[in-house]
Design a protein around this ligand. Structure first.
Ligand SMILES: [Zn+2]
Length: 292
């Protein structure tokens, strides 16, 4: 089962760990993603979940990454209830593998662009900031964003392992961030631990539920779990929401829609299809007041 866990330490290090294999697999199935698209979207979805750190304020995070590569833009919304949704503009992209048969996410995403992060809550205005892409490999780009835009020094690792038959074998990652009072000795220990761990996908392949990952990363630090929650792919769309969008169209667009026996609307974020019959729409469009 997918989860996100957050830890603090007495030494000024914060750690968030996410294992999201089922969530990434659901995104793959919904969007018919090819492997490099699964890796790129999966990493970004995990990144979004890890960045929604401010859970006390019910904060949501949207990430847009556009490096002008063949994948187009990546769109992810991660919500404070630990659900996430997302899509890529071009799910059917294939780029040559890197050495050792690794997916070349950077080549698919491109590096001629930005990562844009929007933090929003129900109460507070949106806060949007962006930074230039560094490698298109996502984790490094998000760490650079956190450092330059939010002044948070961090290490991010995001991994998605895809089988030759396209299904998601494991997906997971972590975000380590340092508070200003963190000592150099502690930072050196953390850096050593991260280097010793090696690639996150290799670790998760042997430990698919992230067993022992917190201990490996935090070593001798005195840690406390502050949060643990299930994670799911979930969209905020619904049949009624799309219906409201139809009702707000201009009259000439409504007239055009009414030419069709059935109108199909597709949600970009989850690929859910909604169908509305000519009779249903005709009756609704003729109502004097719009439903809300
Ligand atoms: Zn949707």
């Amino acid at each position: 089962m997918d989860f996100i866990k957050r830890y603090t330490t007495d030494e000024g290090i914060r750690l968030a760990i996410a294992v999201t294999t089922d969530t990434v697999e659901e995104a793959r199935l919904r969007h018919d993603l090819w492997p490099v698209a699964t890796a790129a979207l999966g990493r970004t979805m995990m990144g979004g979940l890890l960045l929604t750190s401010d859970f006390k304020n019910q904060e949501n995070v949207s990430i847009r990454i556009n490096g002008r590569g063949p994948l187009g833009a990546i769109h992810v919304d991660a919500f404070s209830d630990n659900t996430v949704r997302g899509y890529v503009d071009n799910p059917h992209v294939d780029v040559p593998l890197k050495r050792a048969g690794k997916l070349d996410v950077g080549a698919a995403v491109g590096i001629d662009g930005t990562v844009q992060v929007t933090r929003f809550t129900k109460l507070r205005q949106d806060y949007t900031s962006q930074s230039p892409l560094q490698s298109g490999e996502i984790a490094e780009d998000l760490a650079y964003y956190l450092y330059t835009s939010e002044q948070v020094p961090s290490t991010i690792s995001l991994g998605v392992l895809v089988d030759p038959d396209y299904h998601t074998i494991v997906a997971g990652g972590f975000l380590l961030s340092a508070l200003p009072d963190c000592s150099d000795d502690v930072l050196a220990e953390i850096e050593h631990n991260v280097n010793q761990l090696g690639p996150i996908t290799a670790y998760l392949k042997d430990n698919p539920n992230g067993e022992g990952l917190k201990e490996r990363l935090l070593g001798t630090l005195n840690s406390h779990e502050v949060f643990s929650h299930d994670v799911h792919f979930q969209c905020t769309c619904s049949r009624d929401r799309f219906l409201n969008a139809l009702l707000s169209l201009r009259q000439e667009d409504k007239d055009e829609i009414l030419q069709d026996k059935v109108t199909e609307l597709v949600c970009h974020y989850c690929n859910e299809k909604y169908h509305y019959s000519q009779e249903e729409l005709k009756a609704l469009f003729e109502k004097p007041t719009h439903i809300q």
